[in-house]
Write a protein that binds this ligand. Structure first.
Ligand SMILES: *Cc1c(COP(=O)(O)O)cnc(C)c1O
Length: 372
């Protein structure tokens, strides 16, 4: 026996999350100087200048952060009409909220439900608690509307008396696919009282407003809804690690018991508060993303490639051959993308939308490695 044999069965069955490769690693390993990181769905514009100014002023590093996040919650209450501060849980990234939910509700003998090709953290958080992840088959690749997208109508059949969490990423990572407001609400209405629907809206800022679920209204009407949001994507604050959950006050109180007292650092609290005020920055980020998405669509079409429809800041490209070797070849070109074989999409690459220059670099490199 080794110590590994004494770890939880669920943990022994886990594979660690593969993060996007850092620019420094590619410079070191491949000796390339021009590097475009299109791998982690970060905002290519960085963050709001207002946030940068606030961060430059610094904080008193000797003091603990405000564990209750009072000022940020005040800003969030203004950002979400109808939401009370008692419904907010702040997290070290929205990933933290997903883990708090798992630790609060999951254990051996219980299960969580999520779609195939859904965000990997749902499975990791579930298995780390010794619970089972039930995977709902995704829509087929030839689905006319949402190829490889969530099949929300099929979810109910996978929910049973031991289900406590149902994860829906909208839009989903790594596919970029999304669900209609009506389909999500139909699932909410079918949720049993012993399970929570976790609606992960990490990319909602990129959705057209007509497609966005009215989550504030829903939270008032559906006590078993939890919505997660992040400052890592459109707000451009991935390095600071901050996100939040919106839920019923009862669920927020439960999560607060499990949460580390100082789970969010003071710089992140201040940056997020400032970021919420700069709506112009988000509008500009969305505009640049739409232009970049059009640039990728045109370039991919010229290369004879197709992609999954996306309402996020990345595109999941069907490369029609094993993605991993292409990913390696692109690294040697200084272009970092993401292979998604671990998500059951071995012939796809997930490519984050960059600036116009980065997109051109990515498309030129892709053309070269496909021709080689
Ligand atoms: C990136 C991402 C998150 C987590 O981001 P944090 O940086 O932890 O806030 C959550 N859900 C999805 C679907 C994501 O793609």
């Amino acid at each position: 026996m080794s110590i590994e044999d004494y770890a939880l069965v669920g943990v022994r069955g886990m594979v660690a999350y593969e993060t996007g490769k850092p620019v420094e690693e590619i410079a070191r390993d491949y000796g390339v100087t021009r590097i475009s990181k299109l791998a982690s769905n970060e905002n290519p514009l960085g963050c709001s200048p207002r946030v940068q100014q606030r961060l430059a002023r610094g904080v008193d590093w000797s003091r603990y952060p405000d564990g209750a996040g009072h000022a940020l919650k005040t800003a969030l209450v203004a950002h979400h009409p109808g939401i009370d501060r008692g419904q907010i849980t702040l997290g070290n990234g929205s990933n933290d909220i997903l883990e708090l939910l798992a630790r609060t509700f999951l254990a051996p003998g219980r299960n969580a439900v999520a779609s195939a090709h859904a965000f990997a953290v749902y499975g990791l958080a579930t298995k780390a608690c010794g619970a089972e992840l039930r995977e709902v088959p995704a829509r087929p690749l030839d689905d006319p509307e949402q190829p490889c997208g969530h099949d929300l109508e099929a979810f109910a059949a996978h929910i049973d008396a031991d289900t406590r969490l149902v994860f829906v990423a909208n839009p989903n990572n790594p596919t970029g696919t999304w669900a209609s407001v009506a389909a999500i609400e139909a699932l909410l209405q079918r949720m049993p009282e012993h399970a929570l629907l976790v609606l992960d809206e990490a990319y909602c800022e990129y959705q057209p407003s007509a497609e966005r679920p009215p989550v504030e209204d829903w939270l008032a009407r559906y006590p078993n809804l939890v919505v997660t949001r992040t400052f890592s994507k459109a707000y451009g604050l991935a390095a600071l690690r901050i996100g939040y959950g919106l839920s019923s006050p009862v669920v927020a109180d439960l999560l607060n018991r499990v949460r580390q007292p100082f789970n969010v650092n003071q710089m992140a609290l201040l940056a997020a508060e400032e970021a919420l005020q700069d709506t112009g920055f988000i509008a500009e980020s969305v505009r640049v993303n739409a232009a970049g998405m059009a640039q990728w669509h045109a370039g991919l079409t010229a290369l004879g490639l197709s992609w999954l429809p996306s309402r996020a800041n990345f595109v999941c490209v069907n490369v029609k051959q094993p993605g991993r070797p292409l990913f390696d070849a692109l690294l040697r070109e200084g272009v970092i993308v993401r292979p998604v074989g671990g998500y059951g999409l071995p012939e796809f690459l997930r490519i984050s939308i960059g600036t116009a220059d980065e997109n051109r670099h990515g498309l030129d490199a892709l053309a070269r490695v496909l021709a080689a």
